[in-house]
Design a protein around this ligand. Sequence first.
Ligand SMILES: N[C@@H](CCC(=O)N[C@@H](CS)C(=O)NCC(=O)O)C(=O)O
Length: 225
Amino acid sequence: MDKVKVLSKWVSMFGMRVPITLEEKGVKYEYQEEDLAPNKSDLLLQMNSVYKKIPVLIHNGQPICESLIILQYIDEAWDYKQLLPINPYDRALARFWADFIDKKFFDSGFRIVWSKDKVEEGKRDMLENLQFLEGALKEMSAGGSLPFFGGKDFGFLDIAFIPFACWFHIYETIGNFKIPFDSEYPLLDAWVKRCLERDSVKKVLPSPDRALEHILQLRERYMVG
Ligand SMILES: N[C@@H](CCC(=O)N[C@@H](CS)C(=O)NCC(=O)O)C(=O)O
């Protein structure tokens, strides 16, 4: 019998990816919520001694770290429902855009939430990054005729990006701007709504208001001046 444990934090967009994936794959798991700085558990420090970050997946005692690597591991370790595309080019494309989300998209949001002097730059980049993702969704969903980045099936890239759906409200509130989803990013707008109807996503994503409240508290505690 497989023993699967997840170390994560409910509000983390990287963390949310792991339980969504396990839910989609029908894998039973134990979930351990981490308090993070300055209260990381001994288990987290031991299982991810390199980065000391969540999420970590522990499968039969063996740790796997880095959310996108964890997603790919889960896809390979459990057969039920393939999450990465089968075609090598489609796989490369899905990995490219997941990497873009972690580097470019996350970074634009980070500047909005955590910087003092790069908020405007973060907002501008976020709108441009969303334009790129709208284009990627168009390409990967056959012009919008299929429901997901994974084409007809909810897959790897859908899981990589959907946790950000509960962060859009945070970006908009802290950045004091509105992301024009319905006019500028109609495919992404419909895609978010569709994904939010899935059981796995509903189970894992917190409400945008709860996430916002938590992040505002963290900003008060950690942003000085
Ligand atoms: N590239 C990593 C990023 C993970 C990450 O940044 N985790 C944050 C929470 S969102 C964390 O554990 N922070 C604690 C710390 O940096 O001390 C992944 O995809 O898993």
